[in-house]
Design a protein. Structure first.
Length: 286
């Protein structure tokens, strides 16, 4: 029976109204948690320094050639061979007169591309493997994890050298494939996807950040030993390999790319540590 002066409310509407009242509160809670995570990250000075350095490194590698005019990394200048660092050649030249500043920026593009792309590929494949193992469990879980154990049991660089000699053609794409295939063996993905995907987002982001730095080092090692990128494509790793023979006469050929690798990997690790602290659920609750 309808009561005058009151709206007719059906039972379905009565059930929905409390949910509608809770929705803004839930949205506000999610926003406040995001704000807490952001505030925690920006209070971490080391992480902020790492993020700032990474931004500068990306600008240096991808916009530097256009801004500075040093955009010919493979051009040979015989009359300027073995020049020490100067205003004309900030990183000097090698024994055939190639501009090391231009090569450092071009090599940085390749190293960063390889590090990021192999990380993304590993994350995608790792998510798939971890999801299957965690969701189905049983035989599927055991088979996938035993295959992962086999990959992890092989020494890292031995596995990479064999894969590189077998499948790599010296291009950035093949190197990305090799590093992604090795990184899939990370045990963290199996553990993370035993739980709901949103709860694993934090560890995934942190591991992804740390993997970039690790993959840059792996690419540098491969290129240093001749299993990675082949000339004329430059990367920080093969720049160090090329400069080693001239170390006594031109140490800058090794120091410049080595310093760039060190700073970039350290910055990725600092950002990863900052994200780990910011996304820590216990720290966030407190």
């Amino acid at each position: 029976m309808d009561i005058p002066g009151q709206l007719n409310v059906t039972p379905a509407e009565e059930e929905i109204e409390p949910l509608l009242e809770l929705t803004p509160a839930l949205v506000q809670k999610r926003r406040s948690q995001g704000r807490i995570i952001f505030d925690r990250f920006i209070r971490n000075r080391a992480a902020l320094v790492g993020a700032a350095v990474l931004i500068l490194m990306f600008l240096f590698c991808f916009l530097g050639p256009v801004i500075t005019g040093h955009n010919q990394p493979d051009v040979i200048h015989p009359t300027d061979a073995s020049q020490a660092p100067s205003l004309t050649y900030p990183f000097g030249t090698d024994d055939v007169g190639r501009d090391q500043f231009a090569r450092a920026m071009a090599g940085g593009q390749v190293s960063l591309l390889v590090g990021l792309s192999s990380m993304l590929a590993a994350i995608v494949f790792g998510i798939g493997i971890g999801s299957l193992a965690g969701f189905y469990g049983g035989v599927v879980d055991n088979v996938l994890m035993r295959l992962t154990d086999v990959v992890l049991a092989v020494p890292l660089y031995l596995l990479l050298f064999v894969l590189s000699a077998t499948f790599s053609d010296g291009s950035p794409r093949s190197v990305i494939f090799l590093l992604a295939a090795r990184t899939i063996g990370a045990r963290n993905f199996r553990i993370m996807f035993r739980h709901i995907l949103p709860n694993a987002a934090g560890p995934i982001i942190v591991n992804a950040t740390l993997l970039v730095g690790a993959n840059i080092i792996l690419e540098s090692v491969l290129s240093y030993f001749g299993f990675g990128l082949h000339p004329p494509t430059s990367s920080w790793g093969n720049m160090i390999a090329d400069g080693q023979a001239l170390y006594e006469l031109a140490p800058w050929l090794v120091f410049a790319p080595g310093l760039l690798i060190f700073v970039t990997v350290l910055s990725f690790n600092l950002v990863g540590d900052g994200l780990r602290d910011a996304l820590d659920p216990y720290m966030t609750e407190r």
